[in-house]
Design a protein. Sequence first.
Lengths: 329, 329
Amino acid sequence: MGEPKDSRIKSKPNIKTASNLSDAFLACGKISKPHIRIIYTWTQRRVYLSIAHHLLIRRCAPPPLPTAARARIIPAIEITTKRIAAESSVAHLSHVKALVFDVFGTVVDWRGSIARDLAAFGAQRGIAADWVRFTDDWRALYQPAMDEVRTGRRAWTILDILHKESLITLLERYGIKGLSDADIDHLTRAWHRLDPWPDTIAGLTRLKQRYIIGPMSNGNVGLLTRMGKHAGLPWDVILGAETARAYKPLPESYLRNAALLNLEPGEVMLVAAHNNDLAAAAAVGLATAFVSRPTEYGPGQTKDLAATGPWNVVTDSFVGLADKLECPA
Amino acid sequence: MGEPKDSRIKSKPNIKTASNLSDAFLACGKISKPHIRIIYTWTQRRVYLSIAHHLLIRRCAPPPLPTAARARIIPAIEITTKRIAAESSVAHLSHVKALVFDVFGTVVDWRGSIARDLAAFGAQRGIAADWVRFTDDWRALYQPAMDEVRTGRRAWTILDILHKESLITLLERYGIKGLSDADIDHLTRAWHRLDPWPDTIAGLTRLKQRYIIGPMSNGNVGLLTRMGKHAGLPWDVILGAETARAYKPLPESYLRNAALLNLEPGEVMLVAAHNNDLAAAAAVGLATAFVSRPTEYGPGQTKDLAATGPWNVVTDSFVGLADKLECPA
């Protein structure tokens, strides 16, 4: 999370004015959107990140910048732009050897997939319920269940078991009775049958040519392996909480999996749609890529719509990630 | 390792006469080679296994069977054959969900690959040595190094480190001096660059359509992942000593990896070219497939030329394994 390396940049913008800085970019007609992305990536500063959000993700111009601030900012941007233009946009990421991916929400659409799976089961069995709400309620029990393990109050327990316990709780809450053990196991394994986002396979296929790719998920190895086969994910390796015996965002979850690949933390990039996951990974030295998934939680999603940290790459699809990392199409 | 399930088979051949039984098969003109394979697979008896070796692997006829013995054996074979003919040849393996593979020697040709890699390095640096002998000497230090860890005399240590230590020992023994740390790391990683046997990729590609496939090797995760990319092995998951934190043939190495896949031991089949590996896996309940690799140790190989235990499948290539497990081409 370094400061800008160009010592010529004397005037460092006040982060408090970040939301007002974007028209400094717009006003500077010589800077294109790709340039702005490059500046953001290289400088790793929240001030640029916020601007990039408005311009590139929310696709709107933030409030105008005061004239005095503009006078300070534009020269800094111009110097930075010239410097960056002479470098590869990914030269500073050349030490990254492996891309590891958050899975639920980042690689696959858990909400749509689970709701469809439950609805199909309900239709077959004549069970009526609001399956989308059921899905959201199931996911709401995910973090509390893992917290029992993270805190050490409970011995190491894989996610399949936590999912099953949460399911049983919800079936009681919804008054759904008469399911067999086999039914419950079948429904628990709906988490093994999640479908990828439309850009996932094409992006992974390109990224795999240049990097080791694998999940780094709180899902267990059996779950991730079966999901990989179901969804056709071309993983090189299956990593996650179970191979580290620690749930994200605990530091060990990232560090032990990097070690399993014989890599230093900085040689591994976490790709995730969740800022808190990226923050925890960055805190222990991993490189970071934010991929926005604005409908992960449905049309009313309020969090993780945009990057909120100084991530190395910010994009909105795996194909976009492959572009930024210059992986051939 | 059950007895024949057909209670009509009253006369059970004496295992001590196994090597003399094969002409009972030959004499019984109604039994084709595929039938003999089926009988072997289904009965899981050493007596049939030995015959199958002679007929199918060594491709020679064993010594003649005494007439008295022949009279006892042929009716048993005929009954068995009729029963088996009505079943799928792999019906008894229908519970197998995952195939896990020994890697060094079974999936890849370590000896040829390492010798080529070392020779190329030597030619580049002007270092003359008998690189094939060096390769054999390097491999000879493999089991003793792991034994230190297996016995608990040494804390858990991954194979890359053991390989590096053995390499340093050998460089001294061969009087090869002046290599840098980077050179030694490069040579150690020759074990990441092993080439597959000619049938490996075609066989794995077919087997992957029906089974979860992954290595179950004493190689560490980083080694196996990079080898997979180097050789184009279409693994679904990377398993091995490191994910179990136990070297084969310790029971934990098989059992913990089966558990990582959410599978019972009997739902996992070990595929290996080494009888001792299969024996250890079978002892803890795994299904077993022997794939002969008669040149793994070079033209003078004396061990593991044929199966020596009651393995579920015996074949001589991964394509042959895919055929036996009825995986579509």
